[in-house]
Design a protein around this ligand. Structure first.
Ligand SMILES: Nc1ncnc2c1ncn2[C@@H]1O[C@H](COP(=O)(O)OP(=O)(O)OP(=O)(O)O)[C@@H](O)[C@H]1O
Length: 263
Protein backbone atom coordinates (compact mmCIF):
# COMPACT_ATOMS: atom_id res chain seq x y z
CA UNK A 1 0.00 0.00 0.00
CA UNK A 2 1.35 3.46 -0.83
CA UNK A 3 1.98 5.82 2.08
CA UNK A 4 -0.41 8.77 2.28
CA UNK A 5 0.84 11.98 0.67
CA UNK A 6 0.45 13.70 4.05
CA UNK A 7 0.05 12.05 7.45
CA UNK A 8 -0.35 14.46 10.37
CA UNK A 9 -1.00 13.31 13.93
CA UNK A 10 -1.46 15.66 16.86
CA UNK A 11 0.32 18.49 15.04
CA UNK A 12 0.56 21.75 16.95
CA UNK A 13 2.39 25.02 16.48
CA UNK A 14 3.03 27.68 19.09
CA UNK A 15 4.68 30.98 18.13
CA UNK A 16 6.38 33.14 20.74
CA UNK A 17 5.05 36.71 20.74
CA UNK A 18 5.48 39.87 22.77
CA UNK A 19 2.12 39.45 24.53
CA UNK A 20 2.76 35.76 25.38
CA UNK A 21 2.48 32.75 23.11
CA UNK A 22 0.18 32.31 20.10
CA UNK A 23 -1.17 28.81 19.61
CA UNK A 24 -1.49 28.83 15.82
CA UNK A 25 -2.45 25.14 15.60
CA UNK A 26 -3.43 22.41 18.02
CA UNK A 27 -4.15 18.68 17.74
CA UNK A 28 -4.28 18.49 13.94
CA UNK A 29 -4.90 14.95 12.68
CA UNK A 30 -5.11 14.77 8.89
CA UNK A 31 -4.36 12.21 6.21
CA UNK A 32 -4.26 13.19 2.55
CA UNK A 33 -4.27 10.09 0.35
CA UNK A 34 -2.11 9.79 -2.74
CA UNK A 35 -3.96 11.55 -5.57
CA UNK A 36 -6.48 13.21 -3.27
CA UNK A 37 -7.39 16.93 -3.51
CA UNK A 38 -7.93 18.46 -0.06
CA UNK A 39 -8.73 22.12 0.63
CA UNK A 40 -8.17 23.93 3.92
CA UNK A 41 -10.75 26.63 4.60
CA UNK A 42 -11.48 28.82 7.61
CA UNK A 43 -11.44 32.39 8.91
CA UNK A 44 -8.31 34.51 8.90
CA UNK A 45 -5.80 33.36 11.51
CA UNK A 46 -7.08 29.77 11.88
CA UNK A 47 -3.69 28.37 10.90
CA UNK A 48 -4.21 27.29 7.27
CA UNK A 49 -0.93 28.76 6.02
CA UNK A 50 0.89 27.57 9.13
CA UNK A 51 -0.23 23.98 8.45
CA UNK A 52 0.87 24.23 4.82
CA UNK A 53 4.24 25.68 5.86
CA UNK A 54 4.76 22.82 8.33
CA UNK A 55 3.99 20.26 5.59
CA UNK A 56 6.48 22.06 3.31
CA UNK A 57 9.08 22.09 6.12
CA UNK A 58 9.29 25.87 5.94
CA UNK A 59 8.68 25.77 9.71
CA UNK A 60 8.77 22.99 12.34
CA UNK A 61 5.85 21.75 14.48
CA UNK A 62 5.90 22.35 18.25
CA UNK A 63 4.03 19.08 18.78
CA UNK A 64 2.96 15.95 16.91
CA UNK A 65 4.24 14.09 13.89
CA UNK A 66 4.20 14.83 10.17
CA UNK A 67 5.10 12.43 7.39
CA UNK A 68 5.14 13.15 3.67
CA UNK A 69 4.89 9.90 1.66
CA UNK A 70 6.08 8.17 4.83
CA UNK A 71 9.15 10.39 5.20
CA UNK A 72 9.96 13.14 7.71
CA UNK A 73 8.98 16.56 6.26
CA UNK A 74 12.65 17.60 6.13
CA UNK A 75 13.63 14.57 4.03
CA UNK A 76 10.69 15.17 1.66
CA UNK A 77 11.89 18.77 1.17
CA UNK A 78 15.45 17.65 0.46
CA UNK A 79 14.11 15.07 -2.02
CA UNK A 80 11.84 17.75 -3.57
CA UNK A 81 8.84 15.44 -3.28
CA UNK A 82 6.36 18.29 -3.74
CA UNK A 83 5.76 21.40 -5.81
CA UNK A 84 4.78 24.70 -4.20
CA UNK A 85 2.63 27.56 -5.57
CA UNK A 86 1.73 30.44 -3.28
CA UNK A 87 -0.43 33.57 -3.68
CA UNK A 88 2.36 35.69 -5.06
CA UNK A 89 3.55 33.88 -8.16
CA UNK A 90 7.15 34.31 -6.90
CA UNK A 91 8.74 34.22 -10.34
CA UNK A 92 12.35 35.28 -10.89
CA UNK A 93 12.03 38.55 -12.86
CA UNK A 94 15.35 38.13 -14.67
CA UNK A 95 14.37 34.75 -16.07
CA UNK A 96 12.07 34.14 -19.01
CA UNK A 97 8.87 32.12 -18.64
CA UNK A 98 10.74 29.06 -19.97
CA UNK A 99 13.65 29.56 -17.57
CA UNK A 100 11.28 30.02 -14.61
CA UNK A 101 9.43 26.81 -15.42
CA UNK A 102 12.75 25.00 -15.86
CA UNK A 103 14.08 25.97 -12.43
CA UNK A 104 13.08 22.77 -10.54
CA UNK A 105 14.41 20.70 -13.44
CA UNK A 106 17.80 22.42 -13.15
CA UNK A 107 17.79 21.62 -9.44
CA UNK A 108 17.03 17.99 -10.37
CA UNK A 109 19.96 18.17 -12.83
CA UNK A 110 17.94 17.31 -15.92
CA UNK A 111 19.86 17.56 -19.23
CA UNK A 112 19.22 20.62 -21.41
CA UNK A 113 17.38 18.61 -24.07
CA UNK A 114 15.07 16.92 -21.53
CA UNK A 115 14.42 20.26 -19.84
CA UNK A 116 13.50 21.97 -23.09
CA UNK A 117 11.08 19.20 -24.02
CA UNK A 118 9.44 19.26 -20.59
CA UNK A 119 9.12 23.07 -20.57
CA UNK A 120 7.40 22.96 -23.98
CA UNK A 121 4.99 20.31 -22.66
CA UNK A 122 4.19 22.33 -19.50
CA UNK A 123 3.79 25.63 -21.35
CA UNK A 124 1.28 23.89 -23.59
CA UNK A 125 -0.53 22.42 -20.56
CA UNK A 126 -1.10 25.85 -19.03
CA UNK A 127 -1.76 27.55 -22.38
CA UNK A 128 1.40 29.68 -22.51
CA UNK A 129 3.27 28.18 -25.47
CA UNK A 130 3.42 31.54 -27.24
CA UNK A 131 4.86 33.31 -24.22
CA UNK A 132 7.84 31.17 -23.20
CA UNK A 133 10.32 33.86 -24.28
CA UNK A 134 8.63 36.65 -22.29
CA UNK A 135 9.70 37.97 -18.88
CA UNK A 136 7.31 37.95 -15.89
CA UNK A 137 6.68 41.73 -15.98
CA UNK A 138 5.42 41.33 -19.57
CA UNK A 139 2.62 39.01 -18.40
CA UNK A 140 -0.76 39.56 -16.74
CA UNK A 141 -1.28 38.38 -13.14
CA UNK A 142 -3.22 35.33 -14.34
CA UNK A 143 -0.46 34.38 -16.77
CA UNK A 144 2.18 34.77 -14.05
CA UNK A 145 0.13 32.49 -11.84
CA UNK A 146 -0.06 29.90 -14.63
CA UNK A 147 3.74 30.04 -14.95
CA UNK A 148 4.01 29.41 -11.18
CA UNK A 149 1.65 26.43 -11.52
CA UNK A 150 3.65 25.06 -14.47
CA UNK A 151 6.83 25.44 -12.41
CA UNK A 152 5.26 23.63 -9.44
CA UNK A 153 4.33 20.74 -11.77
CA UNK A 154 7.65 20.64 -13.63
CA UNK A 155 9.28 17.69 -11.91
CA UNK A 156 5.94 15.78 -11.83
CA UNK A 157 5.64 15.87 -8.04
CA UNK A 158 3.06 13.58 -6.53
CA UNK A 159 2.11 16.35 -4.09
CA UNK A 160 1.27 20.01 -4.72
CA UNK A 161 1.08 22.55 -1.88
CA UNK A 162 -0.89 25.64 -2.90
CA UNK A 163 -1.63 28.65 -0.68
CA UNK A 164 -4.36 30.83 -2.24
CA UNK A 165 -2.73 30.59 -5.66
CA UNK A 166 -5.72 32.34 -7.30
CA UNK A 167 -6.40 34.83 -4.52
CA UNK A 168 -5.28 37.91 -6.43
CA UNK A 169 -7.09 37.12 -9.69
CA UNK A 170 -10.34 38.38 -11.17
CA UNK A 171 -13.30 36.00 -10.97
CA UNK A 172 -13.26 34.92 -14.62
CA UNK A 173 -9.55 34.12 -14.71
CA UNK A 174 -9.91 32.42 -11.37
CA UNK A 175 -12.65 30.08 -12.59
CA UNK A 176 -10.68 29.27 -15.73
CA UNK A 177 -7.57 28.39 -13.72
CA UNK A 178 -9.65 26.30 -11.31
CA UNK A 179 -10.91 24.24 -14.25
CA UNK A 180 -7.33 23.89 -15.56
CA UNK A 181 -6.02 22.86 -12.14
CA UNK A 182 -8.79 20.25 -11.72
CA UNK A 183 -7.87 18.81 -15.12
CA UNK A 184 -4.13 18.85 -14.39
CA UNK A 185 -4.57 17.20 -10.97
CA UNK A 186 -6.75 14.48 -12.55
CA UNK A 187 -4.27 13.93 -15.40
CA UNK A 188 -1.13 13.81 -13.27
CA UNK A 189 -2.66 11.95 -10.31
CA UNK A 190 -0.95 14.36 -7.90
CA UNK A 191 -2.33 14.92 -4.39
CA UNK A 192 -3.04 18.58 -3.64
CA UNK A 193 -3.30 20.49 -0.36
CA UNK A 194 -4.97 23.78 -1.27
CA UNK A 195 -5.54 26.79 1.03
CA UNK A 196 -8.42 29.07 0.07
CA UNK A 197 -10.92 31.57 1.50
CA UNK A 198 -13.47 30.73 -1.18
CA UNK A 199 -16.15 28.11 -0.41
CA UNK A 200 -17.18 27.63 -4.10
CA UNK A 201 -13.53 27.25 -5.10
CA UNK A 202 -12.89 24.65 -2.38
CA UNK A 203 -16.03 22.69 -3.31
CA UNK A 204 -15.31 22.81 -7.05
CA UNK A 205 -11.77 21.51 -6.72
CA UNK A 206 -11.74 19.18 -3.73
CA UNK A 207 -12.43 15.60 -2.80
CA UNK A 208 -12.61 16.76 0.82
CA UNK A 209 -12.82 20.19 2.44
CA UNK A 210 -11.18 20.61 5.84
CA UNK A 211 -12.88 23.32 7.90
CA UNK A 212 -10.73 25.07 10.51
CA UNK A 213 -11.45 27.54 13.30
CA UNK A 214 -9.14 29.93 15.16
CA UNK A 215 -7.99 30.53 18.75
CA UNK A 216 -6.53 27.98 18.84
CA UNK A 217 -6.37 26.89 15.19
CA UNK A 218 -7.85 23.41 14.79
CA UNK A 219 -9.87 21.21 12.45
CA UNK A 220 -13.60 21.38 13.25
CA UNK A 221 -15.09 19.49 10.29
CA UNK A 222 -14.12 17.47 7.25
CA UNK A 223 -16.67 17.42 4.43
CA UNK A 224 -16.74 14.99 1.52
CA UNK A 225 -17.13 17.08 -1.65
CA UNK A 226 -16.29 14.45 -4.28
CA UNK A 227 -18.60 15.37 -7.18
CA UNK A 228 -19.06 11.92 -8.75
CA UNK A 229 -18.82 13.59 -12.20
CA UNK A 230 -16.35 15.66 -14.23
CA UNK A 231 -15.20 18.97 -12.72
CA UNK A 232 -16.32 21.09 -15.65
CA UNK A 233 -18.34 24.28 -16.07
CA UNK A 234 -21.66 22.38 -15.86
CA UNK A 235 -20.73 21.18 -12.36
CA UNK A 236 -20.81 24.80 -11.10
CA UNK A 237 -24.52 25.04 -11.92
CA UNK A 238 -25.57 21.59 -10.74
CA UNK A 239 -27.85 21.06 -7.71
CA UNK A 240 -25.34 18.70 -6.06
CA UNK A 241 -22.70 21.46 -6.20
CA UNK A 242 -25.04 23.90 -4.40
CA UNK A 243 -25.80 21.22 -1.79
CA UNK A 244 -22.08 20.82 -1.07
CA UNK A 245 -21.44 24.59 -1.02
CA UNK A 246 -24.25 24.88 1.54
CA UNK A 247 -22.80 22.03 3.63
CA UNK A 248 -19.39 23.74 3.78
CA UNK A 249 -20.97 27.16 4.46
CA UNK A 250 -22.96 25.74 7.37
CA UNK A 251 -19.90 23.98 8.76
CA UNK A 252 -18.08 27.33 8.66
CA UNK A 253 -20.80 29.74 9.77
CA UNK A 254 -23.59 27.55 11.25
CA UNK A 255 -27.08 26.95 9.79
CA UNK A 256 -29.40 29.98 9.19
CA UNK A 257 -31.36 28.91 12.32
CA UNK A 258 -28.22 28.75 14.47
CA UNK A 259 -27.14 32.17 13.19
CA UNK A 260 -30.56 33.67 13.92
CA UNK A 261 -30.42 32.29 17.48
CA UNK A 262 -27.01 33.90 18.01
CA UNK A 263 -28.34 37.36 17.17
N1 LIG B 1 5.82 33.69 12.25
C1 LIG B 1 4.82 33.93 13.11
N2 LIG B 1 5.05 34.50 14.32
C2 LIG B 1 4.05 34.71 15.20
N3 LIG B 1 2.76 34.40 14.96
C3 LIG B 1 2.47 33.84 13.78
C4 LIG B 1 3.47 33.58 12.79
N4 LIG B 1 2.87 33.02 11.72
C5 LIG B 1 1.55 32.94 12.01
N5 LIG B 1 1.31 33.43 13.25
C6 LIG B 1 0.00 33.48 13.92
O1 LIG B 1 -0.56 32.19 13.85
C7 LIG B 1 -1.97 32.26 13.60
C8 LIG B 1 -2.29 31.49 12.34
O2 LIG B 1 -1.75 32.20 11.21
P1 LIG B 1 -1.90 31.67 9.71
O3 LIG B 1 -1.19 32.63 8.82
O4 LIG B 1 -1.51 30.25 9.63
O5 LIG B 1 -3.47 31.78 9.51
P2 LIG B 1 -4.32 31.65 8.17
O6 LIG B 1 -5.49 30.80 8.51
O7 LIG B 1 -3.47 31.20 7.03
O8 LIG B 1 -4.78 33.15 7.97
P3 LIG B 1 -5.16 33.98 6.63
O9 LIG B 1 -6.43 33.34 6.14
O10 LIG B 1 -5.38 35.36 7.11
O11 LIG B 1 -4.02 33.84 5.67
C9 LIG B 1 -2.30 33.74 13.54
O12 LIG B 1 -2.78 34.13 14.81
C10 LIG B 1 -0.99 34.39 13.22
O13 LIG B 1 -0.93 35.69 13.77
Amino acid sequence: MTAPAVHATGVGKVFPSTGGEVTALTGVDLDVAAGEFVSLIGPSGCGKSTLLRLIADLDTPSAGDLAIFGKPARQARIDQDYGIAFQQAGLLPWRTVAANIALPLELHRWSRARRDARVAELADLVGLSEFVGRYPDQLSGGMQQRVAIARSLAASPQLLLMDEPFGALDEMTRERLQTELARIAAETGAAVVFVTHSIPEAVFLSDRVVVMSPRPGRITDVIDTRPGRARDEALRESPEYFTRVTAVREALHGTPLQRANER
